[in-house]
Design a protein around this ligand. Structure first.
Ligand SMILES: NC(=O)c1ccc[n+]([C@@H]2O[C@H](COP(=O)([O-])OP(=O)(O)OC[C@H]3O[C@@H](n4cnc5c(N)ncnc54)[C@H](OP(=O)(O)O)[C@@H]3O)[C@@H](O)[C@H]2O)c1
Length: 323
């Protein structure tokens, strides 16, 4: 089968399209034919930091069809349309086939596309975890979403709206309209104004991208407000880890999001998509042949929406040579 394989000697992006052996599922595994994958900051950041998956194939967010299952698999059978978050199961999604565990999978709603559902693992589940579980968002709260236009941000806007919050989105000029179309009632162009100096106060701040002063974030929180760091530059991440707890004395809280793959969360966001409560924002599409270019685009840090790699199409006959 074809796969995008890491090779540190490969210039300029350390990955190459290659023929590799099609995996065979063991008794506890599912073999998935990958239709669409989306790439995430976790893919390019892990690669930059030298954290390479065992099989040297990145890609953790995929959708596809179950090709075959091991004998201990209970919940899925060949032919099922599924979505998978492979983050805790060795990645491997940038390939025609991947083997994974049942725990990585959820059923894909029938009226959703493979492309749209491949955007959900990692990005939408992160936004859900941050808002619903970590800061316990409530109706009527004022939420500031910083970095509202990439992979996680558009889901954060929509999920905050779904829970009845008033959203202010922070992004650059090109993305203001997108944020409004997703439900933000206010937008701030960070290239034109310093939102950290605003007189407004926010009940929740979701820091998804950029690098801004923690004391500034704390200042613009309302008295019992909560800041949650989802991501950003490495400096923003280290600052939040080192000093967030120190700044959490008193009413205002500074938190950090980290979490494991949870098929229930994936199922939850899939249902939101199915019911039209959220939609996928796809900025660019690539084929497996030029997926390496997609990493280059995402790695520049200004991707608009999700970046999709389309691998198989429905009703496509897979060449017998891969059987
Ligand atoms: N904690 C977790 O469990 C978890 C899970 C998933 C992701 N993350 C982290 O979350 C972060 C975002 O992930 P992502 O998938 O959304 O990344 P992404 O798609 O690469 O984000 C790109 C977006 O970031 C925006 N951006 C860049 N610089 C900015 C700035 N200074 N201020 C505001 N926005 C800025 C860009 O908007 P403009 O072009 O408008 O600047 C672009 O649309 C990453 O650091 C990732 O590692 C964490």
């Amino acid at each position: 089968m074809k796969a995008i394989v890491y090779n540190k000697k490969q210039s300029p992006y350390k990955q190459i399209l290659q023929e590799v052996e099609k995996p065979i599922p063991n008794d506890d595994e599912v073999l998935l034919k990958v239709f669409s994958a989306s790439i995430n900051a976790a893919d390019y950041r892990s690669m930059k930091m030298g954290m390479i998956p065992k099989k040297k194939i990145f890609g953790s967010a995929v959708s596809g069809i179950v090709d075959s299952v091991g004998k201990n698999i209970q919940l899925f059978k060949a032919g099922d349309e599924v979505i998978a978050d492979l983050t805790d199961f060795g990645f491997g999604g940038l390939a025609e086939f991947v083997v994974t565990r049942e725990k990585a999978l959820t059923h894909k709603p029938a009226n959703t596309s493979f492309e749209d559902t491949a955007t959900l693992p990692v990005a939408a589940t992160t936004a859900l975890k941050a808002l619903r579980d970590k800061v316990k968002i409530k109706e009527g709260q004022n939420v500031l979403i910083v970095g509202s236009s990439g992979g996680v941000g558009p889901f954060a806007i929509q999920i905050a709206k779904y829970y009845g919050a008033n959203v202010t989105a922070v992004c650059s000029t090109n993305n203001l309209e997108q944020a409004i179309s997703l439900g933000a009632s206010e937008v701030i162009d960070y290239t034109k104004s310093d939102f950290i100096k605003t007189k407004n106060r926010y009940d929740l701040i979701v820091a998804i991208n950029g690098n801004y002063p923690l004391l500034g974030y704390k200042r613009i929180l309302s008295p019992n407000g909560v800041y949650i760091m989802v991501g950003g530059t490495l400096t923003q991440i280290f600052k939040s880890i080192l000093f967030g707890w120190l700044l959490s004395f008193g009413g205002k809280k500074m938190k950090i999001l980290s979490g494991k793959t949870d098929p229930e969360n994936l199922d939850y966001v899939a249902k939101l998509l199915e019911n039209g409560e959220i939609r996928a924002v796809i900025g660019k599409r690539y084929s497996l042949d030029n997926a390496v270019e997609a990493f280059n685009y995402l790695g520049k840090g200004h991707a608009q929406g999700k970046v999709i790699i389309n691998i198989h199409k429905k009703n496509e006959i897979v060449e017998p040579k891969y059987a």
